[in-house]
Design a protein around this ligand. Structure first.
Ligand code: IMP
Ligand code: MG
Length: 173
């Protein structure tokens, strides 16, 4: 196990305090959460944000060609709430190569929000090239494959209450 439940809880409430402190208590935030990996983090985070809030969800899927292919990303934006003149907070589970967040930040900016910030629970340091700007990070981790607390491998393990390293056996199963 690499991040136990209690440590996640502590860090998520600290992130909540940090984010709430920089948000407007009158107009609050519009969250844009990336499905499906962010669902557990999102659910815990929003309960630490005592602000007026709207929550939008966005599916982003990648069609990976070869194993080394960066893949083509498809973002389903049709059901996003209105972002114009809103203070938007993008919520994702993990920043790896940065492809996903780069695309989502671009989709959000095109909708002319008043401001855009990004929070990720986990960040694999030094992997995103070019770097992607994130405003809040739960934990920096090594370049390893992790599951749990929303993160999956082949659709499994999202319901683990902690973040765990995926074993080599599970990876090839
Ligand atoms: P990106 O490479 O930054 O675009 O990361 C894209 C997505 O890959 C993330 O939102 C996750 O859904 C997934 N991902 C990257 N690293 C991991 C991991 O270690 N475990 C589970 N999912 C991951
Ligand atoms: Mg994801």
């Amino acid at each position: 196990m690499i991040i136990p439940e209690a440590q996640l809880r502590q860090r998520v409430s600290a992130l909540g305090r940090e984010i709430a402190a920089s948000a407007s208590p009158q107009t609050g935030l519009t969250l844009v959460a990336i499905l499906a990996g962010s669902i557990v983090f999102l659910a815990d985070l929003v309960r630490q944000l005592p602000l007026p809030m709207r929550i939008g969800l966005m599916w982003v899927s990648s069609y990976r060609g070869g194993a080394t292919d960066a893949g083509e990303l498809r973002a389903e934006t049709a059901r996003l709430p209105d972002l114009r003149n809103r203070d938007v907070l993008i919520v994702d589970d993990i920043l790896d190569t940065g492809g996903t967040l780069r695309r989502v930040q671009q989709e959000v900016r095109e909708r002319q929000p008043r401001s855009v910030q990004t929070v990720v629970l986990l960040r694999k340091l030094g992997k995103a090239n070019p770097p992607v700007k994130v405003d809040y990070v739960g934990f920096d981790i090594d370049d390893v494959f992790v599951v749990g607390y929303g993160l999956d491998h082949d659709g499994l393990y999202r319901n683990l209450p902690h973040i765990a390293l995926l074993s080599e056996e599970a990876k090839s199963a």
